[in-house]
Structures are given as C-alpha cells and as structure tokens.
Design a protein around this ligand. Structure first.
Ligand code: HDE
Length: 663
C-alpha cells in the first residue's frame, strides 16, 4: 500500500480536490484522467444487494471442537481442533439499509474454514420454515417484500400481501407463530439461538450414519426485545443489532454459542417419534432428542471492511466437507441450486470464491480457469484430466475425498408431497402451548398488531380461521382485538405434549456479559458510588454508561466523571437497566421521566440508591413495583441484586400492569 495517494495505476497525485479546468472559471477538461477514473469507479461502487437477507452484520471467530464419534469431519471429530469462522447475521425481508429490530426471521450463516475445505451452515434463528418445497420460495418472498406498486412497507410482515399468502398457504403457520413470538424481535444477535432447520446426515469414518438437526445455543441465553422497544429502536438506532455485535467484540465481551446436534436414527424411515424429518416445517422437541454439544464458537474480531467481508461473503448450502451430507428435504434440495446461482449475479461472475473472505484456508486446485474477475495466474498447460503431460495431476483422493453415502432412490416422477406433510397446525399448537403466559400474550399482541395493519377484511378473517385451527382461545383474543368474530365450525388441534425447551423465559439468572446499564447522574451525584458499581458490573462483562444532563464531565472539584450519554442522546432502548445515582437532583425533567418510564414499561430493571429514589418517584415509578431496586448506597448488596435482575433479563411480573401500554 503506497504512503502516497495514487491513481489506480500507481501514479502519484498532487491534488484530489480540484478538477482540471481551462482557467479558474473555465470548463473541465476531458484530459483529466484522475477525475474520470475517480468518478467512474465511484459510479460502480454498488453491487446488487442480496435478494433476501440483504441487511446483515458479521464477525470473525474461532470454533473449538469438543470431539465426537458421530462424523469423520475433522473440525468436529477431533477434540480441541480449532477452526477459523466467519458468521453473518441478517434479517430476511428488508433492504440493505433497513432497520435491525423489525419483526422478522434472522439469518445465522456460518462459514467454517476447515482444513478439509469450507463448510457453510446457512441457518436461521427459527428452527422451521414457511414452506416445505423450495419451489414456493419466490412466492413467500414476493408476498413478504414491499408491495410492488409503492415499494412499501419496508422490512416488515404487517401488510396485506404477507397475510394474504400465509393465510392461504397454511404450511407457513408454524413459522409464522415463531415470527409473532418474541423470537421475531431478538435482543441482540448474541442472544439468539441458531438452527440448521433441515435434517442433515453425519457419517463416521466406518461409514455409520446418523440423521441430525443442528442447533446453536447462545452462552448469553435466549432473549428478546419487547415490541414497543423494537419499534422505537428501529427509528432511534436502526443499527441496534449491528452496533451491539461490534461493540461487544470491541469491549472483549465475545459473543459465544455452543454447536449441538439432535441425534436421530438413520433407519430408512426418515421419521422420528412420528415426525417427518424431511418436512422443514416440523421440529423435533428437545425433550425427545436432547441436543448433544459438539463445540464452542467465539466471535472475537470485527470485520475491517464491511464491503470486502460482510457484503462479499458468499454462503452456499452445498459447501460441505466429508462426513456431513444433506438429505432429500425438498427445501434443502432447491437451496443447493440457489446459492451458487445467486452469487453469479451478485458478485459478478464465477470467480467470487477467490475473494479473500470466500477463499478456503486450505490448498485449492479446482482446475477452473478464466472468467470475469480472474485474479489467479495459473501455471502449466494441463487444466484437464486425464493428462499425460503433468503425470495426470492434480490427483483424485479416493480414500478421503467427499463422497455421498450410497442411498437408494426410486419412485414415480411427479409433483406432490408425502401425506405426512399435510399437518400444518399440530406443531404450531405445540409451540404456542409450550410458551409461558407472558410469551403467549406477546404472540396474541403481535397477531393483533399485524392483522390490524391489513386493509382487507377477508384476509383478517381467513387468518383468524387459521388461528382457530391452532388454538381457539388465541383466535378469540385476536378476534376481539380486531373487532371481528372467530369463524365457527373449525376443528382445532387436540392435546399436545408441551416442550418447555421452546420457551425462552428463564427462572435462574444467566450471564450478563455485553449488557448495558444506564446511570442517570448530575454534578451532585455520588460519583464514587458510580465507580464502585462500574467495577462490579465490569467483572461480569457488563458496561455502565453515565447519562448526564449534558456532554463532557459531571462532578465538582477534583472528582469528575465523564458522561457517555446526555439528556439529548440517551433513550431507554439502549439500556438493559436504568438507575439513578444517589445525590442526583430531585425534580426529573421530561426526558428523564420518559427514559425511566419506558425502561419500567419494557420490564427492565430500574432502581436508585440513596436519595436518587426521589427521582424515580418523581417519574411516577412505584417504589414497591416488581424489579424496582433500592439501596442505601451502590454497595455490594445493591450490585448483586442488580446483576441478578439483569440475569433474568426482564421483570415479567410487571407485564400484566404494563402490557396494555406496550402494544
Ligand atoms: Fe436462503 N437464500 N433460501 N434460506 N438464506 C439466500 O443467498 C433460498 C432458506 C439463508 O448472510 C440467498 O447469497 C432459497 C432457509 C440465510 O449471506 C439465496 C430457499 C434458510 C441467508 C437464498 C431458501 C435460509 C440466505 C440470497 C428455499 C434457513 C443469508 C443471497 C429453497 C435454514 C446468507 C445469497 C448471508 C440467503 C435462497 C430458504 C437461510 C437467494 C431458494 C430454509 C441465513 O440464494
């Protein structure tokens, strides 16, 4: 890299601020090769955004294996084996510049740069999908994307075409329930589960096989936003998740997940406990097949250049290594075609695998030649096999090369699904009935909100009929909110065995690394208390941010504290808890009142020490409200209670009182 500014040909430049003109006031000259080159390159800076999952954020990291006998894939089989990874998270529907916190499915795509070649696990944060057959993908996406006449609404499902489609195409019901639950609005990428969705086949060194479902379990627990918070964040900080990911990594609070698999017999039936394993709208409850942990993923490095890494990374479900195979799931089969195909347009030709972010970290010799954007200078004259001029090199590896497990395929050519694919409602009921009451209430609110945004009455009624199939009580709540009646005579799903693992409400405090705690303070506040509390939180990997009346410093004399946020820049959505420091002025201004009330309404920890409590009361926060913390000082007892409150994520006991406001 030159120390001097040059043209792309390496010629040094004396000036990049003025174009070449005939006289100071004269016309610009064609001769100005620097101007022309600079503008031409700029004109071509954008590439097509991803047709889905355009909005994303990514990070580098490492995967360390726990070791397993299930597969011969070295990066999983060998205990302690370290593999570099690049992970991209995304929303599905929005454009590249859309907000992070919209209600949507999240992508969770992992590229393992293994020493046996690149392996991509291109998953989502929801374990099931809208469609059973890939041929329906353009339909569901066309229905979810903005209306084609006015290109609105952006990045959301709360509109007629989405609900028109899913109410007719009822195999989407299970996935829609997950979208309408808290899973559709994650707190951060760090607190999302990930799923491979399809059933995969693992093969060990002896050729034994198992069917598996991949899971990513976040070490920070599974947590979400509340709907009002998500909506505010979309405007106040559209980069909410992207910022959180980058900030956590910068702060050393590295996001971590454990990779695991549900292990299911490969006995030729392709079913388990009556569940069709080829149907991607079905999950296997963890109570029936526990998740066996295979290793740990740590994201520890932010990308240096968004375009070169996060934008140009190309995932492909067909990037597999020996020992990991796909199954006949008709959704997966279509994906095997789509990913390579889409990259050809998005990345401008077939050589995108040579881009630094896509290049395998092991030696490659594919005999592919030429093509747009070729950046290799290949040697020799024999990019073909067999050849006699180069001893028939490169070699083929008959022992360790990638092979598929032999499997018999027979059947009549035709279109259609197995009969087992016809049940569209049982697992939606399983999911809904496995949630806690507060989570169920969120689902009801979400359906009411989304259908309330639809203009066509028939669409709302049709979806109410779908809900009545799944759960009549839910259908009634939503119908009431919409001011409609539940269609009669609809057979509902009977009893199902709930799967508690599907709920994300925790009763035992989890880790709080990466959480942010806002402390309202002014010049008179107890700054020593703030410092004590910061130390206690830092030990847990959480960050304390001082919210002052203005930018700069607060404090008197020699004791000063830098404010990280001011009354103007602070908004509740950024904080997992909001406190008032002792000594802080007693009459809260309107912004402080809103800050505290939002935090309270969103069921976050709020509290104060010393006479800071008067600010809370002044803001209308009930002193004896659940999760309202009080301390004489910011001592150990106070920080311990705060950490426990944060570890439970939300104070759901408050939910009943504030629910109506949160819709
Ligand atoms: Fe994708 N999907 N998908 N998808 N998908 C893409 O590939 C597609 C599906 C997923 O961060 C595209 O490079 C079809 C399921 C993620 O770069 C495209 C079907 C799951 C990402 C594509 C599906 C996913 C994509 C767009 C139905 C979860 C973002 C740009 C047969 C298991 C990857 C691109 C990233 C991206 C096609 C269904 C996850 C067009 C045809 C199911 C996380 O190739």
């Amino acid at each position: 890299m030159s120390e001097y500014l040059t043209t792309s040909q390496g010629v040094r430049l004396p000036d990049t601020d003025h174009s070449l003109k005939a006289g100071r006031r004269g016309p610009t000259l064609m001769e100005d090769f620097h101007l022309r080159e600079k503008i031409t390159h700029f004109d071509h800076e954008r590439i097509p955004e991803r047709v889905v999952h355009a909005r994303g954020a990514a990070a580098h990291g490492v995967f360390v294996s726990y070791g397993t006998d299930l597969t011969r894939a070295r990066f999983l089989a060998e205990e302690g084996h370290e593999t570099e990874v690049f992970v991209r998270f995304s929303t599905v529907l929005g454009s590249r510049g859309s907000a992070d916190t919209v209600r949507d499915t999240r992508g969770f795509a992992v590229k393992f740069y293994t020493d046996e070649g690149n392996m991509d696990l291109v998953g989502n944060n929801i374990p099931v999908f809208f469609i059973q057959d890939g041929i329906k993908f353009p339909d569901i996406i066309h229905a979810g994307k903005p209306h084609q006449d006015r290109e609105i609404p952006q990045a959301q499902s709360a509109h007629d075409t989405f609900w028109d489609f899913v109410s007719l195409h009822t195999e989407a019901t299970h996935h829609v329930f997950w979208n309408m639950s808290d899973r559709g609005i994650p707190r951060s990428y760090r607190t999302m589960e990930g799923f491979g969705v399809h059933t995969f086949r693992l093969r060990d060194a002896e050729g034994n096989t198992h069917l598996v479902k991949f899971h990513w379990k976040p070490v920070s627990g599974v947590h979400s936003l509340v709907w009002e918070e998500a909506q505010i964040a979309a405007g106040v900080d559209p980069d909410f998740h992207r910022r959180d990911l980058a900030d956590s990594i910068d702060a050393g609070a590295f996001p971590e997940w454990e990779l695991g698999v549900q292990v299911l017999p490969d006995d030729g039936t392709e079913t388990f406990a009556g569940i069709d394993l080829l149907d991607p709208t079905k999950l296997v409850p963890e109570e029936l097949a526990p998740v066996v942990k295979l290793g740990r993923l740590t994201l520890n490095r932010n990308p240096t250049n968004y375009f070169a890494e996060t934008e140009q990374v190309a995932f492909h479900t067909g990037n597999l290594v020996p020992g990991i195979e796909v199954t006949n799931d008709p959704l997966m089969q279509a994906r095997l075609f789509s990913y390579l195909d889409t990259q050809l347009t998005r990345l401008g030709g077939p050589n995108f695998t040579q881009l630094p972010i896509n290049r395998p970290h092991c030696p490659v010799n594919d005999m592919f030649r030429e093509g747009m954007h070729q950046s290799e200078i290949h040697e020799g004259v024999t990019p073909y096999k067999p050849n006699g001029l180069d001893d028939d090199r490169p070699l083929v590896d008959e022992d360790d090369g990638y092979t598929q497990t032999p499997r018999l395929v027979e059947g009549e050519v035709g279109r259609g699904n197995p009969v087992s694919f016809d049940d569209h409602f049982t697992q939606a009921a399983l999911f809904y009935r496995s949630l806690t009451p507060v989570e169920q209430a969120h689902v009801a609110e979400a359906f009411t909100f989304e259908l309330g945004k639809c203009l066509e009455q028939t669409i709302k009624e049709r979806e109410l009929a779908v809900l009545a199939h799944v759960d009549p009580a839910l259908a009634s709540i939503v119908a009431e909110g919409l001011g409609l009646a539940v269609p009669g005579g609809i057979p509902a799903v009977g009893d199902v065995e709930p799967s508690p693992a599907l709920s994300q409400v925790v009763t035992v405090p989890g880790p709080i690394a990466g959480r942010k705690i806002g402390v309202i303070a002014d010049d008179d506040s107890d700054l020593a208390g703030i410092r004590t509390l910061r130390k206690a939180l830092l030990k847990q990997g959480a960050e304390l941010l001082v919210i002052g009346p203005r930018g700069g410093f607060i404090g008197k004399g020699r004791s000063k504290e830098m404010t990280q946020r001011s009354a103007l820049t602070a908004r509740s959505i950024e904080f997992d808890a909001v406190l008032v420091a002792g000594g802080t002025g007693h009459r809260p201004d309107l912004k402080t009142v809103i800050l505290l009330q939002e935090a309270y309404r969103h069921c976050k920890g709020v509290g104060a020490w010393g006479d800071g409590a008067e600010v809370l009361t002044g803001a209308g926060i009930p002193a004896d409200g659940p999760g309202v913390l009080h301390g004489e000082s910011a001592d150990k007892a106070f920080s311990t209670e705060l950490i426990a409150t944060l570890g439970l994520h939300r104070v759901w006991q408050r939910a009943d009182d504030v629910m109506a406001d949160a819709v």
